[in-house]
Design a protein around this ligand. Structure first.
Ligand SMILES: CC(C)(COP(=O)(O)OP(=O)(O)OC[C@H]1O[C@@H](n2cnc3c(N)ncnc32)[C@H](O)[C@@H]1OP(=O)(O)O)[C@@H](O)C(=O)NCCC(=O)NCCS
Length: 181
């Protein structure tokens, strides 16, 4: 599947994306907010294999798509909605962008495309995300999109080690419809 935006395209991951995904994850500005294993080729390979496997499942629960620049064809990041393990009508949202593209609206455009897909094509009632509470970029980003946050809670062990907590973010289809007009 493909979702077309004004400046970006969301498409399925392919084998050849492993190197570019690794470069995005290995940037210290990105790695700061993730477990260190993210920066290994094995992990990037495992993620790309997982995203391709999800795309081949029938029926399909999880949609994790590559964000690309349609002109240069370069990988700018990844975003998705994942229903596996969630209650009916719910999904988890995740996004990560090449740090060189932060602050340019690419993440917002990608998020709006995949959230619209989730609420309109998958008929989701609620989409949730989780992020490091101390990640200021996520706070601004999620707030601007219209997510509301819960109370910070204890996160993964690697978050605890860095003195950080986790924040859950949620958007219902009513909230989406209201802010999407
Ligand atoms: C969280 C993350 C996706 C946010 O990315 P981002 O680039 O800050 O987000 P946006 O696309 O919303 O960028 C908006 C900024 O670009 C500016 N911008 C420029 N052109 C724009 C346009 N055409 N449309 C919208 N915003 C635009 C906005 O003014 C805004 O600036 P501000 O932050 O000073 O207000 C990014 O920091 C990231 O990938 N982090 C690492 C991964 C991560 O932490 N993921 C979250 C865990 S799920």
């Amino acid at each position: 599947m493909e979702l077309k935006g004004e400046r970006i395209l969301l498409r399925e991951f392919v084998d050849a994306d492993v190197g570019a995904l690794l470069r995005i994850h290995a940037d210290s500005r990105v790695l700061r907010y993730y477990a260190l294993e993210l920066a290994t080729r094995e992990h990037a390979r495992m993620l790309v294999d997982r995203f391709i496997n999800w795309a081949n499942e029938n029926p399909r629960d999880n949609f994790q798509l590559a964000i690309v620049d349609p002109g240069a064809k370069s990988l700018l990041g990844s975003c998705g909605v994942r229903r596996k393990g969630c209650r009916d009508g719910q999904a988890e949202f995740g996004i990560g962008i090449d740090a060189n593209w932060w602050g340019r609206g690419v993440a917002s455009e990608a998020a709006k495309l995949i959230l619209r897909f989730g609420f309109t094509e998958l008929d989701l009632r609620e989409i949730r995300g989780v992020a490091v509470s101390e990640n200021e970029a996520v706070k601004k980003f999620a707030g601007r999109l219209g997510f509301v946050s819960g109370v910070p809670r204890q996160g993964e062990p690697w978050m605890l080690e860095r003195g950080w907590s986790a924040t859950d973010w949620v958007m219902t289809c009513e909230m989406w419809e209201k802010q999407a007009g």
